[in-house]
Design a protein around this ligand. Sequence first.
Ligand SMILES: Nc1ncnc2c1ncn2[C@@H]1O[C@H](COP(=O)(O)OP(=O)(O)O)[C@@H](O)[C@H]1O
Ligand SMILES: [Mg+2]
Length: 244
Amino acid sequence: MDDPKRMPTGIEGLDELCGGGLVRNKSYLLSGITGSGKSIFALQFLYNGATKYDESGILITTEEHPRQVRENALNFGWDLKALEDENKLIIIDACAAKLGIPSQEKYVDIRPFDTRSMIDQVITAQERIDAKRAVIDSTTSIGFYLQDPAKIRVELLRLSSTLKIIGLTSLLTCEIVDEDKISRFGVEGFMTDGVIVVHYKKTGAVRVHSIEVLKMRGSEHSNKTHPLDITSKGVVTHPREEIY
Ligand SMILES: Nc1ncnc2c1ncn2[C@@H]1O[C@H](COP(=O)(O)OP(=O)(O)O)[C@@H](O)[C@H]1O
Ligand SMILES: [Mg+2]
C-alpha cells in the first residue's frame, strides 16, 4: 500500500533502499564527485514526479544553463519543455546572472547567490504550479560564493528549512572532490534530513557508479553500498546487489 508520508522517487531500486521512498517535506543532500550522476539523478526525481505521480517540480540550476539541461535531458527521452508547457515543471535560471550574461528564460534568479532571493523565486514558482518537489543543482556554487563555512551553514539551513516549510521535498546536490568526504565545505550534511552519496570509484582501469544512503531521518534505510547504472533511461540502482 502507498504510504502518504513517502514520496517515491520512481528511480528503479532506490525506493526499496529507503523504506518506500523519501520522507515527504524533508530535504536531502545528494553528494558525489563530478560525473557521478548527481544532475541526472536529481532531474529524474523531478521528471518521474511530473510524469508518474502527478507532482510538479522546480529546478534551480546554478551551474548549467536551462537550455543545456533541456538538451541533456533529451538524451534520456525526457522532454522537459513539454512538462514546462503543462505547468508540471519550472526551471529557474540561477546560472546566467552568475556568469553576467543575459537570460531569455522566463524564470531567472538575478541574484543567484542570495538565498533570500532564491527563496522568493521558489515561492513564486510553487504558487504557480503547486509544486511538491524541488532540486537545487548545485549548492556548491553557493558555498563558493559565501566561502565562510559558518555562513554557508546558516544560509543553506535557511534554504532547506524554507523548502520544507512550504511543503517541498527537495534534493540539494553537492559536488565533492574527495570521495572520503560527504560534502565540499564540511557543513552541508548538517542542514539536511538525509544524505545520499553517489560514488564514482576507480576499480582497476574503470570507474564504477554506486549509491549509498548515508542518513535518513525518520526512516530505515539500507546501510550498504549498491551498484548504480546510468542507462539511456536514466539511473537504475540494484538493491539486491552490494559493492564492498
Ligand atoms: N546517455 C548516457 N548514457 C549513459 N551514461 C551517461 C549518459 N549521459 C551521461 N552519462 C553518464 O553520466 C555522467 C554525468 O552525469 P551527471 O549527472 O551530469 O554528473 P554530475 O552532475 O554528478 O557531475 C557521465 O559522466 C556519464 O558517466
Ligand atoms: Mg551536475
